[in-house]
Design a protein around this ligand. Sequence first.
Ligand SMILES: Nc1ncnc2c1ncn2[C@@H]1O[C@H](COP(=O)(O)OP(=O)(O)OP(=O)(O)O)[C@@H](O)[C@H]1O
Ligand SMILES: [Mg+2]
Length: 245
Amino acid sequence: MANQKGGVAKTTSTVNLSAALRERGKRVLTIDLDPQSNLTMSFGINPETLERSMFDVLVHRVPIADVIHQREVDVAAASIDLAGAELALASAIGRERTLEKAIAAVRMDYDYILIDTPPSLGLLTINAFTASNGVIVPVQCEYLSLRGLVQLESTLQMIRENLNGEVRIEGILPTMVDKRTVHAREAIDLLTENFGDIVFKTRIRKSVKLAEAPVRGGSVLSYQPDGPGAMSYRALAEEVLSRDE
Ligand SMILES: Nc1ncnc2c1ncn2[C@@H]1O[C@H](COP(=O)(O)OP(=O)(O)OP(=O)(O)O)[C@@H](O)[C@H]1O
Ligand SMILES: [Mg+2]
């Protein structure tokens, strides 16, 4: 899950898509690769009390299994010290493949591994791109930045040429859509004009429940199972599953 723009619902989408895939019987791991640790907190884990976290996996080569917590889905937890990982890895040989190598040990244990990334295209996000088959790009329609998407795509092109020939944008996900505004409709039209079929049919509407669920330490599927937020992320899971068939 990536977009260098902040606050576009990367974390919210990681939490709720993973819960929806779990509901469909898939074995799911989520990885928190953001020093803000929002994914970790969203699953009710306190980052400050962690003995070991993704920082230790990337920098001290601790097995990723040692930082995985069992919640609604499995969660490889992060804390603020992950902010130091970019610097610590900067001069390491194979620095872009550190996450890919760490994941290799558990890859066969899961059907889906969803990685939440920070709002930047730095080394942490590049590690995520190198380790991934596909990238889901949430975009907030209210502040749509096509230029940002072009920059993201050109970073992915570099990753394909140098590190991971397979990685592609799996889908663009319109989030925080306010159906009442003309602007939201225009933004979605603009997206489909420019990116065609890779824009998901599912649109995630604005819903305060999606913002409240993390406070309860879980997904909106467990907080309000029949609400619009849960329905939207279930629909997204169906789309992801059908694209993978
Ligand atoms: N569909 C929605 N309706 C209402 N609020 C939402 C929705 N999706 C996300 N939010 C809220 O918007 C804020 C930003 O979402 P989120 O943290 O998922 O974005 P992010 O892209 O992960 O941000 P960052 O770049 O800082 O990591 C959060 O407070 C979240 O609860
Ligand atoms: Mg986030």
